[in-house]
Design a protein around this ligand. Structure first.
Ligand SMILES: [Zn+2]
Length: 346
């Protein structure tokens, strides 16, 4: 009996550990400690005169010292997500077999590349779409990534459906034909599979989008294995453009995130015009990350722009991380022209 009881307790502890508990708070935009808050916690978005901030439950005391008047918005931002009926959303193994099927069905324009494993041993992979897919041609190489945050399920569905569209219309639609012949397109459906599998936002306790080095801290060590591997993959391919898809907030943004200063003028003009154009179809907010949301250090956009001069764009789709499945098609419609515009601008 004692043994069974001990097993039960052990099981409970393991379950508690499996899910990170993230709370969300509203902090007044006049709070004097915002800079410090942004260094230790994730500022998600601006809401009128407040910022929405995500805080791991075990760090709430630390957070409340910086923001004693913060208003609790949610006790556990993802409890609903874990209990929700998510029919219509692909599970990780389904995403994997679907991308394998794309290779089988369209072997002349699709290939798959494994670029490592996550901490928990899940395969990290990328799909390439281009004519002469087995060759590396002198064409702009672009990378489109989803589910850096494992709880942003809609980002995976939007990518899957737009990839499918590219493939299904490869022979019939002139615009899509041109994209496939003139570019080398790489799609990573799930950057952070350990998080995605558990509907957790982070990779362990690490926010993957604060896990990069940045100009002020060039020697920062990247902790999460999925990001370490993504960095090596990026380094190998030297992408000229990258689009990191997140949710939610309806925003399309570019560096810098770590400072309010602007990037080099010609790059600024290019990315400012590009994001404006990308947002012209869906009326998303656009501009530098530090201005549209808040200063954030360690983000992917900053790193890839800083290291490779990549046109590194970050998108926050729609108004929910996992809208009802009947709404997925609408979010795809909202995103399509934005993605095509991004690709065609190189
Ligand atoms: Zn995100």
């Amino acid at each position: 009996m004692k043994f069974i009881f001990a097993l039960l307790i052990l099981n409970l502890i393991q379950t508690a550990r499996a899910h990170e508990v993230l709370q969300s708070f509203l902090v007044d935009s006049k709070n004097q400690n915002l800079t410090q808050i942004s260094q230790h916690f994730e500022i998600k978005q601006k809401k009128n005169k407040f910022y929405e901030v995500y805080v791991l439950k075990e760090k709430v005391d630390e957070f409340l010292k910086l923001a004693p008047h913060a208003k609790l918005l949610s006790e556990d931002i993802n409890s609903e997500l874990r209990n929700k009926n998510l029919d219509g959303y692909h599970k990780y193994h389904e995403v994997k077999s679907l991308y394998q099927k794309f290779v089988k069905d369209y072997p002349s324009i699709v290939s798959l590349e494994k670029y490592g494993e996550s901490r928990k041993g899940n395969e990290l992979f990328s799909l390439k779409i281009s004519d002469n897919v087995t060759k590396s041609e002198n064409e702009p190489k672009l990378l489109i990534t989803s589910a850096t945050h494992g709880d942003e399920l809609i980002t995976v569905e939007v990518q899957i459906r737009l990839v499918k569209e590219l493939l299904e219309k490869a022979q019939t639609d002139t615009r899509i034909q041109n994209m496939i012949s003139n570019y080398e397109l790489y799609f990573i459906p799930v950057v952070n599979p350990d998080g995605f599998l558990r509907r957790n936002r982070y990779a362990g306790r690490t926010d993957p989008n604060r896990d990069y080095a940045w100009p002020e801290r060039p020697n920062k060590q990247t902790k999460s294995l999925c990001i370490q591997n993504l960095i090596s993959f990026f380094d190998k391919h030297q992408f000229v453009g990258s689009l990191d898809i997140h949710a939610s907030g309806k925003m399309v943004m570019f560096p810098w995130a770590y400072t309010r200063e602007s990037i080099q003028a010609s790059d600024f003009n290019f990315m400012d015009q590009l994001t404006q154009k990308m947002a012209s179809h869906n009326q998303y907010k656009h501009g530098p990350i530090s201005k549209v949301i808040y200063v954030a250090k360690g983000s992917s956009a900053d790193y890839y722009y800083w290291k490779y001069k990549t046109v590194a764009i970050a998108v926050e789709l729609t108004t929910s991380k996992a809208p009802r499945s009947t709404r997925i098609a609408g979010v795809v419609d909202e995103s399509r022209e934005m993605l095509w515009t991004f690709i065609e601008s190189f």
